[in-house]
Design a binder for this molecule. Sequence first.
Ligand code: ZN
Length: 355
Amino acid sequence: MTYTTRMASPPRPVTSAAAIATKASEIAAGESAMFSKPNCPVIAIEEHYWDAELCKHFSGPEGSKGGLTEQQLFDFGALRLKDMDDAGIDISVLSHGAPSAQKLPLDIAAALTSRVNDRLAAICAANPKRFAAFAALPTIDPEAAADELERTVTQHGFKGAMLHGMTNGEFLDHPKYWPIYARAEKLDVPIYFHPSLPHPKVTEVYYQDYAKDFPLVVRPGWGYTVETATQAIRLVLSGVFDKHPNLKIILGHLGETLPFLVWRIDAALKRPGQKAMSFRDIFCKNFYVTTSGFFSNPALLCTVMEMGVDHILFAVDWPFVPDSKPGTDWMQGVPLSDEDKAKILSGNAQRLLRM
Ligand code: ZN
């Protein structure tokens, strides 16, 4: 079967839940012979690297990763291309790892971020068939960030930008950051909201009791998810989509739980006493999600049912997911038609990122 894009307003849903249930039971019974790898390119869009000058500004748990991960972050040859080849990934859309440029001081942010983006452009130009890029943006200087987005898109062919968490403890829905979204809408490129460490006060209150025994509960185990989902919800509440109705936002990790929660959030925000707004319509129209670091059939099918297959893009999150092949192997077996798999593996990226 084919899952078509869910419309932003009723009638919905277009997904055949009965068909999904059938496929899920077939998987449970081990009857996966009908699944195949569609004959299409594979584009992975949350694949990270580090820039030697920028990462000197990272500290604490965001600082040096050491070992193989650090080698992978700085590699654009043997390690990265071998991983892509082994997994059947044709193109990686490269982005800087967290916290990227989001914590740079004002006096150096714009110039340093431009150098970072120019070096990334050179990496892509050296291997244009395998690499594309999302820009880093100096969000502490919103007008400069908007200009840098335009410069990298128009001069370097970048596909949009990736932002990583707060800027000096502040969420990025504040109106002072809206020039970035105005420029993204004008250029028709997406802004990818990637996780970063939670605010230190949140870490202290929410996670400190368990962070020693379970350090990753602060990060991909839960903290990243809460941080990024909160940023996405705040963006919707801010009204930025009223002013910029064609702004496109990407979330990784299958939407940071929001596809699962969209019904409840939407219902709550429609109760008396709330400002008039349809969370569901905005989330399902303006947001796109990727499979980065989240290779789960139930989670994917929930996302398909809420958002439609046209809003889901393939990603691995290499090298924080240190091997891309489990991601493409998983896609081969997901209970979707080859046509839908091809959209997730590259068709949607080709459309959204104009590749
Ligand atoms: Zn990532």
